[in-house]
Write a protein that binds this ligand. Structure first.
Ligand code: GAP
Length: 563
């Protein structure tokens, strides 16, 4: 699939627009149009339903170590600045970037690609920001311009075989920057924090500086105790949140894939440390299956376990669910979701002070004065599993937990295994990345006969009915003989149940095509037979199969595809 075609369709049919487009747009920001908003809402609602409200707390799901509870939160985007100091984002959430003296632009160091070329006894590295299928063309044009050659002289360019990224190039003075005309204009790589800053209140001093959250996860960690105290949830349980996150990405690119404002769908799943490896396996597989069930194809979707040397020492596993987005070079995949075993790193950092990830066992990171570099909240974020203790209390001959702890006072963790800081499994998904993957997956072209029987190319978005923006269209065959009246009644009966579209304008074939192009899975047509026997045809977008059903069965027939 050519990405340009999808991008054009998204604009033409109202899925996605560039933000502030009439003013020339703002790089890295995207608006969802009338159909896009429905698609994204459907994805978020499917996630919330499948992960949170539809979850059965009483049964053990397939593959899970046991039953568990799920609950949700909706936290603020701006939080106390100390949150980001203790989470590590203040010190460590940065990308390496290079700045171009000529274009004054900044580029992400690891994302600038290019290739070596030799001509006129000079060897240079020509960079490009073009998408994979245009890299060769773009570097050729730029090299010709640099060496002052004409297009018919391309054979004078001697290219190295492969593309490389900037970190693989030793000598930046030989590099032609992505927007530069002269050589060696890229400076040495520097670290750049990705958090957007803002000011809270009118005074505007340094102490009023706050940040737009770069992830929703921290809102969950800092509310862990509130949730435990205000509900009856017991470990193991998960807290889910959907919301906006902001990252000042250096080079936003590939349509919405790397945006500066985007939405995340995150779960922090709190469990006993001993059970956490099993819960990690469960969530990894559960999340992969979610995408498969919603129609992402198995060849383009993969689960990639991080190698042991990529993991933090306190984590027993991290996996990425990845999709082969069409704008990536052949064989490359882009991250849709990460599932991480985070141990007790986050809760402990918010309790004791920011931990130093490089220490083993984890220690609080100290500043130059020997004091904690970033102080934690000092709040007790341990969890006491009263039920498990009560089950064994009598066998242990104890009256109280206090007695249990007193008897183990020489241990580092005397309340264990009944009192502990929960370990966390974090399935962290991007709603916009998921929307982009569903759009890429859905796009298809086939050949179908038009009204005159001539074969024409049909563009069809093969969305799963659950994520399709419009579930069904109601179409009177002709605008007479009482057909529009019946069709409008059907439309009104369906409308309160799910998104439906009424269309009576144009030839029926053309109306079907319009619905195919936005991925409407079903079309209901009112025709001559409807007037006689109260039946309608229902046309299936993918198979083009048409069957007759009773008018009264329309809602139920479509609903069964939306479960
Ligand atoms: N709390 C963990 C966390 O935020 P992450 O891998 O940085 O982990 C999780 O982000 C997910 O958020 C990614 O898998 C991706 O789907 C989405 N995401 C991250 N940065 C993004 C960006 N700049 N634009 C769109 N989606 C993004």
């Amino acid at each position: 699939m050519e990405m340009e075609k999808l991008v054009a369709l998204c604009k033409r049919r109202g899925f996605l627009f560039q933000s502030s487009e009439i003013y020339g747009g703002l790089n890295g920001f995207w608006d969802y149009g009338p159909l896009g908003v429905e698609l994204k809402r459907n994805i978020k609602e499917a996630w919330w339903r499948d992960m949170v409200i539809g979850h059965d707390d009483l049964s053990t799901p397939v593959g899970a170590p046991g039953s568990y509870e799920m609950t949700g939160l909706d936290c603020t985007i701006i939080m106390h600045p100390q949150v980001w100091k203790c989470s590590g984002h203040y010190d460590l959430f940065q990308d390496s970037m290079v700045e171009c003296r000529e274009s004054k632009r900044r580029y992400r160091y690891d994302q600038v690609r290019g290739r070596w070329v030799e001509a006129k006894q000079e060897r240079i590295f020509v960079t490009t920001l073009a998408e994979a299928d245009h890299e060769e063309e773009d570097t050729t044009t730029r090299a010709l311009r640099y060496f002052k050659l004409r297009s018919k002289q391309t054979d004078q360019l001697n290219w190295a075989e492969n593309f490389e990224t900037l970190p693989e190039v030793d000598d930046l003075s030989r590099v032609l920057g992505p927007d530069a005309k002269t050589l060696g204009t890229l400076g040495e790589p520097r670290n750049f924090n990705l958090m957007f800053e803002t000011i809270v209140g009118a005074l505007g001093g340094e102490k009023d500086k706050a940040f737009l959250r770069p992830e929703t996860a921290q809102g969950i960690f800092v509310n862990f105790k509130n949730v435990c105290d205000s509900t009856r949830v017991k470990v193991p349980f998960g807290i889910a949140q959907i919301g906006k996150s902001f990252r000042n990405e250096i080079t936003p690119r590939n349509f919405t894939f790397r945006s500066r404002e985007f939405e995340q769908m995150e779960i922090e799943f709190f469990c006993h440390p001993d059970a956490s490896p099993d819960w990690y396996q469960y969530w990894r597989d559960r999340r992969m299956k979610w995408y498969e069930d919603l129609g992402l194809s198995s060849e383009r979707l993969r689960l990639r376990e991080h190698d042991a040397d990529e993991l933090s020492h306190y984590s027993t596993g991290t996996a990425d669910i990845e999709y082969a987005f069409p704008f990536l070079p052949e064989g490359e995949f882009g991250e849709l979701e990460g599932i991480a075993h985070r141990g007790d790193f986050d809760l402990r950092s918010h309790m004791e002070g920011k931990l130093d990830e490089t220490t083993n066992p984890l220690q609080i990171e100290l500043g130059a004065d020997g004091q904690p570099k970033w102080r934690g909240s000092g709040k007790d974020l341990t969890y006491f599993d009263a039920d498990s203790f009560d089950q064994v209390k009598e066998d242990l001959g104890l009256r109280s937990f206090k007695q249990y702890v007193a008897g183990r006072s020489e241990q580092a963790n005397p309340g264990y295994p009944f009192q502990f800081i929960p370990h966390v499994i974090e399935p962290s998904a991007g709603a916009d990345r998921a929307a982009l993957a569903f759009l890429c997956e859905a796009y298809d072209e086939d050949k179908q006969p038009d009204e005159k029987g001539k074969m024409q190319t049909r563009t069809v978005m093969r969305f799963h009915p659950r994520v399709a923006p419009i579930k069904c269209a109601v179409l009177p065959l002709v605008r007479k003989d009482g057909m529009p009246e019946i069709a409008r009644d059907i439309y009104r009966a369906i409308k309160p149940q799910f998104p439906v579209f009424y269309d009576e304008k144009g030839a029926i074939g053309r109306r079907y095509r319009r619905q195919d192009e936005v991925g409407t899975p079903f079309c209901i047509t009112v025709d001559g037979d409807t007037l006689k026997d109260k039946t309608v045809t229902i046309r299936h977008r993918d198979t083009l199969e048409q069957s007759r059903i009773n008018i009264d069965d329309c809602v139920d027939d479509i609903r069964k595809h939306l479960e």
